[in-house]
Write a protein that binds this ligand. Structure first.
Ligand code: 4AZ
Length: 492
């Protein structure tokens, strides 16, 4: 992390291409359409795209001559010419009709009839009433996979109503932890980490709710839920699947605005990711088993989990040297990560053994949909990255306060000239001096809101470190939350 690194240098600057092993070839956008009941924004089109090919043939006079000769061996009369003309016109009309029919057929075939919903990209259509009804109808169960979400800074549990095609908060009436655990499991959490369910007054202005029908008998959780305008308790369910984003009070005392060495337990979600005993990237703990990092950290050949070891709860690299760390079981890079543009620069690491949480090792919260991080929101970055451009990684964990920079500003000609996509977020100072740097990649950009620490971004790229008009660029985690839950759910 580059802090107060002196007057910013101009001239040729270091472009971040992430950590790369010697001589390995560099390789290969998201439109994260999050929070629809099922979305596969990263999947290729379900339909093989039909590209009409019109074969144009321009005959040269020589060709005409040859063909005329070969077809009849005589010079054509004007009557024969007329017949050929009419035949050709009919042929063209017929070909046009066939092409139109193919288009129509493709269209009818790919959009589900009767406003049905397609199961992912499988081509199977099911009735909207069957989405989130507790019974799996799709070949891969897509219809029941993404029916719950936690919304906004208060973790309001929302359930998708297939009937009304909309998300509704869950009324607290008859709600118990038992149902909360089911919802957390459906999101991808392990029930052992379940934290709490609470009824809170609903200030969202909702007039309709999802309610439990206890007399529904021994049926699936979603089958017990129905849409109602009545909620007797006038409270909605706030669900915490894991106790995240909390820092021990005593650990908060040492934080110094402007950037400094971290104190024990101050950034308990920060991990150091090592390859062959060397710190390569940072990461953030989101559950005992899952770490969020940057996709550019785990590009080939470093996409092999066997190379990686994670260290948590340790401030100094020199101390990690004596520890064993946590082995990595699986690495999942965002399928739409683009190594050239750094679009969708996020990846997940699943650890072989779960982390034991304590005051120095704790998870940060994933941002919920419906959360707004204002530009005025102060964020913090942390890591063992270089303390000046082209410098060595730091022995001790550093942290610095950085404000979010609005996309329009970051995309201006003087800054990153439209290189910032919706899956990126800029943070730092246009005057330079405080920034993330090489080795901080993958690490957290966090903010405190509603007494909870949220993972706003993962350190991704920047042009050099701490330079004027070259702030740090981070993966926009809010855009990735849905994808992260899907991965946690599918790789439990
Ligand atoms: C890096 O290479 C890196 N100044 C991370 C962040 C920034 C530059 C480089 C942003 O890990």
């Amino acid at each position: 992390m580059a802090l107060n690194s002196g007057p910013p240098a101009f001239g040729p600057y270091y472009e971040n291409h992430g950590y790369q092993l010697d001589n390995y070839p560099p390789r290969h956008l998201v439109n994260s359409n999050a929070y629809v009941p099922y979305s596969a924004p990263y999947s290729p089109s379900a339909v093989p795209q039909y590209i009409p090919r019109v074969h144009t043939h321009t005959s040269t006079p020589a060709e005409v001559h040859l063909r005329q000769k070969s077809s009849s061996g005589t010079i054509f009369t004007s009557r024969t010419k007329k017949i050929i003309c009419v035949a050709m016109s009919i042929g063209v009309i017929l070909i046009g009709a066939v092409i139109a029919a193919i288009f129509l057929w493709k269209f009818v075939k790919n959009s589900c009839p009767n406003s049905g919903i397609e199961c992912g990209t499988s081509g199977t259509c099911i009735s909207p009433a069957n989405w989130c009804d507790g019974i799996s109808h799709c070949p891969s169960g897509e219809d029941e996979n993404h029916c719950v979400r936690l919304y906004g800074p208060k973790f309001i549990l929302q359930v998708y109503s297939s009937h009304n095609k909309s998300w509704y908060p869950v009324c607290q009436d008859d709600w118990t932890d038992y149902y909360g655990k089911i919802a957390c499991k459906d999101l991808g959490y392990n029930m052992n980490n379940f934290h709490s369910c609470q009824g809170i007054t609903d200030d969202s202005g909702a007039t309709s709710y999802m309610k439990l029908n206890l007399s529904a008998g021994n049926v699936d959780f979603y089958e017990k839920l129905y849409n109602s305008n009545v909620c007797l308790s006038k409270a909605v369910v706030s669900l915490r699947c894991i106790e995240c984003g909390t820092v021990m009070k005593s650990n908060q005392l040492n934080r110094i605005v402007g950037g400094t060495n971290a104190a024990p337990g101050e950034w308990p979600w920060q991990v150091s990711l090592h390859v062959q005993g060397v710190h390569v990237c940072g990461g953030s703990i989101i559950t005992p088993e899952w770490i969020v990092t940057a996709a550019h950290c785990v590009e080939e050949p470093l996409n092999n989990p066997r190379y990686w070891t994670a260290f948590a709860g340790i401030l100094r690299q020199s101390v990690m040297f004596y520890g064993t760390g946590y082995k990595v079981q699986k690495i999942i890079s965002h399928p739409n990560y683009d190594s050239k543009t750094k679009n969708n620069d996020v990846a997940l690491m699943k650890l072989q053994t779960p982390l034991a949480f304590n005051e120095k090792i704790r998870p940060v919260c994933l941002p919920n949909p419906g959360m707004m991080f204002e530009p005025t929101q102060t964020c913090w970055i942390s890591g063992w990255g270089a303390t000046h451009e082209k410098g060595k990684t730091s022995d001790i964990l550093n942290a610095a306060m950085v404000p979010i920079i609005e996309p329009w500003k970051c995309n201006s000609r003087y800054v990153y000239n439209n290189m910032i996509t919706s899956s990126m977020i800029c943070a730092g100072f246009l005057r330079g001096k405080i920034d993330s740097c090489q080795g901080d990649s993958g690490g957290p950009l966090v903010t405190e809101k509603n007494s909870v620490w949220w993972l706003v971004g993962d350190t991704s790229w920047g042009s050099g470190c701490a330079k004027i008009n070259r702030p740090g660029v981070y993966g926009n985690l809010t855009v990735f939350t849905d994808w992260i839950y899907q991965q946690m759910q599918a790789n439990r």
